[in-house]
Design a protein around this ligand. Structure first.
Ligand code: F6R
Length: 610
């Protein structure tokens, strides 16, 4: 995730910007830069690919001083992580400079328009269009030019803009990614998150979506997009630096669960275009020829990533009519596996460094498969050895228990299924359109579930004394049963087992008595009735039933001891929603039991050894 900082005031600006960027390093990035402006009208930029230390070394060798400025750490989306693509970007005259976090969906159209007006682009980024647009509208008032520019943009953004012709002024605007303004004494700060600001002030404005702020040393004026001033008083934050990194949440896991609407939205944006009914997975190098010549898709992963692969199989087989094989990487690598001609192997991995997954990828490639990965860490080994990469836009996942990496992997897998379905002629334009429409609602529906976190915490309190749990589901809900059980066992150390609901009678039903809660996933689908009867069978044996159902399901409510609900959606999307209450359930049970949620015993975030 990109990180943004800005400063206007009486201090030497470079140390403030570098300090701020250092405090945003946890977000992950692959290049960094600063722009420094002086009241006398000079504007200088320094940018470096790679870690912040490269930028710091460059600034030590060739120092800059100034009165106001902006800085950025970039997580590449459009264009490689090179110095040319690093922010800040400036207009052709070198008078206006800008940093941006987010994705401009219509940047190709905007770029074409600007190029036909004679503007020359020097980077591959979507960001550069914004600064040229601001320059094209600039008539001496920066905020006015920014507002007019925002009218042209489609997508999500947090931006900070400065002009060398308007000393001591920064203009910032938000639509999507967070922006925080730190209000100081004759100095003001802008950042993507609270930590960069905390060393200087505790008075903070969390800028709302759709607003613009004009920031000078003496004032912060917040307006709407039309320029009407909006009341946005600062709030006092009493967080210590560690709490600040957690965004005020008690644990990284909870923060990351709550980041899922944004993470899923970010993973879809720039890849699906609802109005044009288009899916753009350019990074995969997938074309009609490959989609139609592919004999099968092998999905490989470990743990939570393997569960995502299991969901992917249902989607891809159904929507694209393509045979999908799913393997745990640790098994695949040693099985002497058969890999058919024209196979594609796709690894799912948050870290991109999991030893078994990398070995399985190499095994598949060695046996002739084309190699893809769905990965959260750009530049990781998995991305380097793959022929095509879909980057999940989850941002850094710090909690050992994976949450937002899972839902963003699902989002990417779903887009892959749709794209394959379209290229293989299995889905009509209307079918794609309907699904893109439903998919675009998912981030908001995840938010709805998160609003009910307190109710789920109350359920967790009531079940935390049980010693073992069964999780059951059918179809796309079966991998969610596995993932729900994994979440619970890894952070609360309770025994939890996931099963296909249809397997109950083949053994596991023997476990059921009043001491075994059965978490049953039964949102509306063609398998609803069947799962509901499995639940009744468990109930008849005194099992304690925790149902996961579609809102308004009175029938399931009637025989569940506890009910967790998800909003109504197309059945194939229910994995993206149903996992969220289970993540929260696991989290609150672990808190109730006093477990170390973010660092569970015996586990490491990245399993780089066998
Ligand atoms: C569980 C969890 C692990 C990882 C697994 C694979 O919460 O985090 O099961 O999913 O170790 O890791 P990646 O996805 O980094 O390859």
């Amino acid at each position: 995730m990109c990180g943004i900082v800005g400063y206007v005031g009486h201090r030497d600006v470079v140390p403030v910007l570098l300090d701020g960027l250092t405090r945003l390093e946890y977000r992950g990035y692959d290049s960094a830069g600063v722009a420094v402006l002086c009241r006398e009208g000079s504007l200088s930029i320094r940018r470096e690919a790679g870690k912040l230390v490269n930028l710091k070394t460059e600034l030590e060798a060739d120092p800059l001083t100034g009165h106001y400025g902006i800085g950025h750490t970039r997580w590449a989306t459009h264009g490689k992580p090179t110095t040319e693509n690093a922010h800040p970007h400036q207009d052709s005259a070198g008078r206006i400079v800008l940093v941006h976090n987010g994705i401009i969906e219509n940047f190709l159209d905007l770029r074409a328009g600007l190029e036909s007006d004679g503007v020359e682009f020097v980077s591959e980024t979507d960001t550069e269009v914004i600064v040229h647009l601001v320059a094209s509208y600039y008539e001496g008032c920066l905020e006015e030019a920014v507002r007019r520019t925002l009218d042209d943009l489609e997508g999500i953004y947090a931006i900070v803009v400065a002009s060398a012709d308007e000393p001591d002024k920064l203009v910032t605007a938000r639509q999507g990614p967070p922006l925080v303004i730190g209000v100081g004494d004759n100095e003001n700060f802008i950042a993507s998150d609270v930590p960069p600001v905390l060393g200087y002030t505790r008075d903070v404005i969390f800028l709302d979506d759709g607003l613009v702020a004009i920031v000078t040393p003496e004032s912060v004026v917040v307006t709407d997009r039309q320029g009407t001033v909006v009341d946005a008083p600062p709030q006092r934050v009493d967080w210590d630096p560690v709490t600040a990194e957690k965004g005020g949440y008690e644990h990284f896991m909870l923060k990351e669960i709550f980041e899922q609407p944004t993470a899923v939205r970010d993973s879809l944006v720039g890849r699906m275009y609802r109005r044009a009914v288009e899916i753009d997975l350019g990074e995969l190098n997938l074309d009609a020829e490959l989609a139609n010549s592919m004999s099968e898709l092998l999905l490989l992963g470990c743990g939570t990533s393997w569960h995502a692969a299991l969901v992917g199989r249902y989607w891809i087989e159904k929507l694209a009519g393509l045979p999908v094989r799913v393997d745990q990487a640790s098994e695949f690598r040693y099985r002497d596996p058969l890999v058919a001609e024209n196979s594609v192997a796709c690894a799912l991995t948050q870290s991109g460094e999991t030893a078994d997954t990398l070995a399985a990828m190499r095994e598949a490639k060695g046996r002739g498969a084309k190699l893809w990965s769905i990965c959260n860490v750009i530049g990781s080994m998995a991305t380097r050895i793959s022929d095509g990469v879909l980057l999940t836009q989850a941002g850094p996942e710090i909690s050992v228990a994976s949450t937002k990496a899972f839902t963003t992997q699902l989002a990417c897998l779903y887009l892959m299924a749709l794209k394959l379905g379209e290229l293989r002629g299995r889905l009509s334009r209307e079918a794609v359109e309907l699904r893109l429409h439903s998919l675009s609602r998912i981030p908001g529906q995840i938010e709805e579930i998160l609003h009910r976190a307190d109710d789920i915490a109350a359920v967790a309190k009531r079940v935390a004394h049980f010693k073992q749990f069964l999780f059951i589901g059918r179809g796309v809900m079966y991998p969610i049963a596995l993932e729900g059980a994994l979440k619970l066992k890894e952070i609360s150390y309770l025994h939890a087992h996931g099963y296909p609901a249809g397997e109950m009678k083949h053994g596991p039903i023997a476990l059921i008595d009043e001491g075994v809660p059965v978490v049953a996933l039964a949102p509306q689908s063609n398998l609803y009735e069947k799962t509901a009867s499995n639940m009744q069978e468990a109930k008849a044996r005194d099992g304690f039933i925790v149902g996961v159902a579609t809102e308004g399901d009175a029938a399931l409510a009637a025989f569940s001891d506890e009910l967790l609900t998800i909003p109504d959606c197309l059945p194939e999307f229910s994995p993206l929603l149903a996992i969220v209450p289970l993540q929260l359930l696991a989290y609150y049970v672990a808190v109730e039991l006093g477990c170390d949620v973010d660092q569970p015993r015996n586990l490491a975030k990245s399993v780089t050894v066998e």
